[in-house]
Design a binder for this molecule. Sequence first.
Ligand code: G6P
Length: 483
Amino acid sequence: MPKKSSAKPVPQPGSSDFIVVSNRLPVDRVSSEDSDAGWRRSPGGLVTALAPVMASRDGAWVGWHGAPDEVLEPFHHENMDLIPVALSADELELYYEGFSNSTLWPLYHDVIAPPEFHRTWWDAYRTVNQRFAEAAAGAAAQGATVWVQDYQLQLVPRLLRRLRPDLRIGFFNHIPFPPPEIFAQLPWRREIISGLLDADLIGFQRASDTANFLRSARRFVGAGVKAPRVQLKDDDGNPAHIAQAAPFPISIDVAQIQELAARPDVIARAKQIREDLGNPKTILLGVDRLDYTKGITHRLKAYGELLTDGTLTVEDAALIQVASPSREGVESYRLLRDEVDGMVGRLNGQFDTIQNTAVRYLHHSYPVEEMVALYLAADVMLVTALRDGMNLVAKEYVAARASNTGALVLSEFAGAADQLKSALLVNPHDIDGLKATIMRAVHLPRTEAARRMRAMRRQIVTHDVQRWSEDFLSTLQNGTRQE
Ligand code: G6P
């Protein structure tokens, strides 16, 4: 049964000391049998890390609740005040599917898909960012801290600063920030950079993302940069607000993954998965949102060639590919789905036997228990993103492998490569290199696997998402980073 929202009074305007603003609220709607809608906390590290801060600091979360054309009053759920922002169906198309996911997303991911630039999308992005800023301004107590999340809301720091100069404002970009040579394409590049620079602290995943942003700040708005400080000038050219920009690589809820990985039912489920696949010598696993940035087609191509040239056989190996449905209203995602469906169909048609399958393709989302069982079952984890802000799946796999077995093949274009230096790093565009690395992972000697996994686990266990949020928030509070 989903937990019902409690009877605690709805958040009072102007009473929250700590506010998170993100495109989506951290809850999913669940309808129970009596058709009375309730809410369940969404899976994911961000809400896990921030829920305790919410509870201790009279916190509120501002975000869209997931249904178009529906206006909801603020409500209380599991110690969090939730403030829903309404989006019309038109705004969803122009702001979310359009500017956020067909302009910014491909632009920020190295133009893997061509970004589209439409003025109507930009107008909707501005309008919706203003609405989020007003919702946060209305909820914030005097001098409150507001933490804005991700690329959908890059104008919020500036819009909010105008409404409420008393606030301390942080921003974290979960996806890459592109080099200025690519960012330059954006017709509204000045507005985006200025929108961000009114924050006090702007966080990125990688040092390279931070450097890209600072170069763009200098180039496109003439900001004075002395890293980590970056200073805007006002209309008369006088020095104005000073922001800080720095990397804060996000992580996962390590304790949760470790607990699940030790649970007897999850371990039994992992065994069952192996058996259901016919006990192949090697199980390879890919887990992604079905997104063109994830390099799923590159992975399938490499795997298909290994089957074609006989280096792998379906009796020896099986690939499980979980691809959770994502952004299905966007054309490039629909095209990718057709492409992946086609590739998997061809591979399975050619290589499956009655007992064995080449690719077990699952176009679904799964609860975290099942994901951890898959991590335990997998000998080789394949993370072949062409560009990825971080990639938390790579970190979850490492956190689950308490036995120090298993191999992680990790794209150097994922932010996680900065922390997981003992992974088998690959350039997924290099199909021969990818094939060779997959085979290296399949045959990795136990001692080498253990050495690599131990080193990666040391990093993950000491850098969980809790530490990430504490690090960001204390830097935002104190103005300087506490090492
Ligand atoms: C990425 C983004 C998030 C986004 C998520 C799912 O991780 O950084 O901001 O929420 O993808 O995408 P969706 O469009 O379904 O929110």
